[in-house]
Design a binder for this molecule. Structure first.
Ligand SMILES: [Zn+2]
Length: 303
């Protein structure tokens, strides 16, 4: 498989890839991909788009990932694929529009017109991939709902989110939801489990974590990233009332399970913001300190 979609070559993603291939035959109007890491969700969306558009897919519906259509999809340049990110600012989008556009009311209006009035470029399906939207961005969410009002045969919307609870329930209820496999954060010789425990203790008792994290060189980017995934996973399990798949993150799950839905939704949002900050090279210790402090206050709030 082509290295351009590295996540989809992982054994853990085989099942997801198989489901995406099957769905491509009669895709749902809205496909929601949650869980995993951001790059993995983006890869899964592109794989799904390739399944819908590769003219050389095999008998199982697997895209070749080598033809011009597949290549354009992987590069984000396929003319029937539209990419949006709710986190891109309006101004930035207007001054320096990239492959991925801002999910603004104006841009959705243009998209709507294109989808309704213009024929697709290719023979396959049009795919609209939207990431970075959450319940707090009312305008974009409403624009999204408006887009879905009229049926658009031949168009698939793919929503990417760390956790489905970040989106408006009305959007989720219209979506076919798929959860990506969780990254194996405890693989190899790393200290993720220890950090999970320290964070859980801090959130319960208000002690320890901040000092430990602030110690010079105590936490690197990978440990921080793993800890954030552990939090994300614990929140997901708290939402679905599931028992953790492995025992190590039990303590964190208990902490998050004690939150009501409103606070849990807020926690998920902050965890995602922390992941963003890490990606933008904010010092890992800083990111974790800020998140831990916010979560501590959130936990102490009255419901
Ligand atoms: Zn192809």
């Amino acid at each position: 498989m082509n290295a351009a979609l590295p996540s989809m070559t992982k054994p853990a993603f085989e099942r997801l890839a198989a489901v995406l291939r099957k769905l491509a035959r009669t895709p749902p109007q809205v496909l929601l991909l949650e869980g995993g890491r951001e790059d993995e969700r983006a890869d899964a969306a592109r794989y799904g788009a390739a399944c819908c558009n590769c003219p050389r897919s095999d008998a199982n519906g697997a895209p070749c990932l080598a033809c011009p259509a597949c290549r354009q999809i992987m590069a984000g340049e396929y003319p029937d694929m539209y990419l949006y990110d709710g986190r891109i600012r309006n101004k930035e989008d207007q001054e320096n529009p990239g492959i991925v556009r801002a999910f603004t009311v104006e841009n959705t209006r243009i998209l709507r017109r294109k989808l309704h009035d213009m024929p697709p470029h290719g023979e396959g399906r049009r795919v609209v991939v939207i990431t970075g939207i959450d319940q707090n961005r009312d305008e974009a969410a409403n624009a999204m709902l408006k887009l879905l009002e009229d049926p658009l045969p031949g168009t698939v919307f793919i929503l990417l989110t760390p956790q489905r609870e970040q989106l408006l329930p009305t959007l989720v209820s219209r979506s076919f939801c798929l959860t990506l496999p969780w990254p194996d954060i405890h693989a190899g010789n790393n200290d993720t489990a220890a950090w999970e425990k320290k964070l859980a203790d801090f959130l319960r008792e208000g002690r320890g974590f901040l000092e430990d994290v602030a110690a010079r060189g105590a936490v690197d980017a990978l440990s921080a990233e793993n800890l954030l995934v552990a939090c994300q996973k614990a929140c997901g399990e708290a939402f679905s009332q599931k028992t953790p798949s492995d025992g190590s993150d039990m303590a964190l799950k208990q902490v998050f399970s004690a939150l009501d839905t409103r606070r849990l939704t807020q926690a998920v949002k902050w965890i995602f913001e922390a992941q963003e900050a890490l990606r933008q090279n904010v010092t890992p210790a800083r990111v974790l300190e800020a998140l831990a402090a916010r979560l501590f206050v959130l936990r102490a709030q009255k419901t």
